[in-house]
Design a protein around this ligand. Structure first.
Ligand SMILES: [Zn+2]
Length: 196
């Protein structure tokens, strides 16, 4: 990840990285996921505070084209947030943050948009934009988890292809603004008794 994005996240969530004796946490992924990480860490931070958890994030990295957040001291809700963020990342280009596809190139899994499928160097990503979209995504993940009450059910729902979404999985839609509107609309309908 580009140094400017890593510093922004490191300062914003310094408390979660308290066990790391470094100025800037080492985010082992490209800058396109800055806003996804921001969303996940917003929720982790908030959950840790309200539940008084001694939560520490140990490592954040790309693995098999997906975002992994390794931590200790969490609970079922923290696990669900990390799991949902991981699934969303499989649909977001790691280079630019736009919609992407998880694909295998030369036996190597990565998530890229069409433009970056042939490779690209890591470049800084707008922090205000990351903050804006990160906050929007955090609200949507929170909405999904609160709707189901049980974190495990929320994760399961995010992975499930739904007829109401023309066969798409919620985690495929949560990575775009228009997709998040669709998810909010669907949850509104479900809360009024419509079938999923
Ligand atoms: Zn891209």
């Amino acid at each position: 990840m580009h140094a400017s994005n890593a510093e922004w996240l490191s300062q914003r969530y310094a408390r979660l990285f308290a066990s790391r004796k470094v100025d800037a946490f080492d985010f082992e992924c490209l800058s396109g996921w800055t806003w996804l990480i921001d969303a996940a860490l917003q929720l982790l931070s908030s959950r840790a505070e309200t539940q008084r958890l001694n939560l520490h994030v140990m490592q954040i990295k790309e693995k098999f084209g997906a975002l992994r957040i390794y931590h200790h001291g969490g609970d079922a809700c923290i696990e669900a947030i990390c799991d949902i963020a991981e699934r969303i990342s499989e649909n977001v280009c790691e280079v630019c943050g736009e919609p992407g596809i998880n694909l295998s190139t030369h036996d190597w899994l990565s998530t890229r948009c069409e433009l970056h499928r042939k490779g690209s160097s890591d470049t800084p990503r707008g922090i205000w934009r990351a903050g804006y979209h990160g906050h929007g995504l955090a609200m949507s993940i929170c909405q999904v988890i609160n709707f189901f009450g049980e974190p495990r059910l929320a994760v399961q729902w995010c992975h499930t292809p739904l007829m109401a979404l023309n066969g798409a999985r919620p985690c495929e839609l949560l990575g775009t603004l228009s997709g998040r509107v669709e998810i909010t609309t669907l949850l509104g309908r479900l809360s009024h008794g419509a079938l999923p």
